[in-house]
Design a protein. Structure first.
Length: 226
């Protein structure tokens, strides 16, 4: 499997990693169980790809660290979410969409969260290595214009605008594929300029031009500023 990409033209240097949050569906009771279709909470923060050695299938190649990709291109990196598992995670960022606080009428949000700039990132994932990655956090961060690196906000409860969540499915054995959507709450007035695999400088990143961010549903005339 080849990886399409090009050498980085401009790298975003994450200045800081903002803490991840969790939003919980309110007004539902199911005998102490999660609501039907609930997303399982992810690890506190996504894991980070690593350059450590790993056994690669013959048809698998890795994306050069520091490569800047466009939306729709695939990047692959060795991923070791814990000390016991190391595999290769292939990622394609398929879309970045603007969200709205109105999407969260059934979730408990603080006033600060309601003032956030809300974005959804759609991604296609494949286990291109030799070990299972089930239950591992999806290691994708949004990078804003200040250079801050923001992990996804986890959801507990059904959320149609952005279904999937920040955890790989149970099992997720070699060759397994999945699609997911990740929610990011950025500082008010900010927008993502990149989606990065890991939170360190020099990681694989997908550039996100303002014109490529899809507007919120029903607001086609409004796009984030550059």
């Amino acid at each position: 499997m080849g990886v399409r990409g090009r050498a980085a033209r401009r790298r975003v240097r994450p200045r800081a990693v903002l803490a991840g949050l969790a939003l919980v569906l309110v007004g539902c009771s199911n005998g102490g169980q999660e609501p039907d279709g609930a997303q399982s909470p992810a690890a506190e923060t996504p894991g980070v790809p690593t350059s450590s050695s790993a056994e690669l299938p013959a048809e698998t190649s890795l994306t050069e660290p520091g490569t800047e990709l466009e939306l729709g291109e695939r990047g692959s990196a060795i991923y070791s979410p814990d000390g016991d598992r190391t595999s290769v995670l292939a990622v394609t960022i398929t879309a970045v969409r603007t969200g709205s606080a109105e999407d969260f009428t059934n979730f408990a949000m603080s006033k600060a969260e309601q003032r956030s700039s809300i974005y959804y990132v759609d991604a296609a994932l494949r286990n291109a290595g030799e070990q299972a990655l089930g239950g591992a956090a999806v290691p994708l961060y949004a990078v804003d214009r200040s250079g801050a690196s923001v992990p996804p906000t986890n959801l507990v409860g059904r959320f149609k605008p952005c279904a999937g969540g920040g955890v790989l499915p149970p099992g997720f054995e070699p060759t397994a594929r999945t699609r997911t959507c990740l929610l990011y709450l950025l500082p008010r007035g900010s927008r993502p300029v990149a989606v990065q695999m890991g939170d360190a400088d020099g990681e694989i990143a997908w550039s996100v031009p303002a014109d490529d961010i899809e507007p919120a549903a029903g607001r086609d005339d409004q796009r984030p500023g550059g």
